[in-house]
Design a protein around this ligand. Structure first.
Ligand code: URA
Length: 212
């Protein structure tokens, strides 16, 4: 069985260890969730429905304290119907594990529920069509903390175009509930720029500290 240190080593970080936090119970789906899931699965509002294999709703603990928001499904997510299951997803799992979180303990969703062709950036009209679903997911979960994973999620959630470098390291508040929000690098970016993994680890430590 992998230890936290193994995950830190995967991230290229060898000198940190933190205790895990207790897992929260995973709740069964209720009718609001079922209805939302059906609406997403049937959605044909934007053109992406024509090229998708299936919608990618979200995954995790409906009672999560931490909700991660990524960009959009890629090739593997489109095939499997689950967010962050490809190489970027494996790195995301390691990032979570490095501070003692398990993937099953948090909730993971994307800005878009359908894969953009060739994994291109989501277009503004697609974001407009799709984000009411995300808003509803956030409202149902009511997380204690939101983590925007990457530029696209950060730009939508914070309604800004600032660079991710400038957005990292600060606590923002999101929506009517003023949910605290942090920003970190997208794992696909970290796969291309491993030198920034240490900064991502600092972001995850910040997440861990805020949830204590
Ligand atoms: N990248 C994302 O932003 N989300 C996924 O689900 C997969 C890759």
């Amino acid at each position: 069985m992998k230890t936290q240190l193994d995950y830190l080593t995967t991230l290229g970080i060898e000198s940190w260890q933190l205790n895990g936090i207790p897992k929260k119970e995973i709740l069964p789906e209720n009718s609001s969730w079922e209805k939302l899931r059906e609406q997403v699965a049937a959605c044909t509002t934007c053109a992406l429905h024509k090229t998708r294999t299936q919608t990618v709703f979200g995954v995790g603990n409906f009672n999560a304290e931490l909700m991660l928001i990524g960009e959009a499904p890629g090739f593997h997510e489109d095939k499997q119907g689950e967010p962050f299951v490809g190489r970027a997803g494996q790195l995301l799992n390691s990032m979570l594990q490095s501070v003692g979180f398990h993937r099953e303990q948090v909730y993971i969703a994307n800005i878009l529920k359908c894969r953009p062709p060739e994994n291109r950036d989501p277009q503004p009209d697609e974001v407009n069509c799709c984000t009411p679903f995300l808003q509803k997911q956030i409202a149902l979960i009511q997380p204690k903390l939101l983590l925007a994973v990457g530029r696209i999620a950060a730009h939508y959630l914070l309604n800004t175009k600032q660079s991710l470098t400038r957005l990292r390291g600060q606590v923002y508040s999101f929506g009517e509930n003023k949910t605290p929000l942090l920003v970190t690098f997208h794992p696909a970016y970290l796969l291309r720029n491993p030198a920034d993994k240490g900064k991502a680890f600092q972001d995850l430590q910040h997440v861990f500290e805020m949830l204590q």
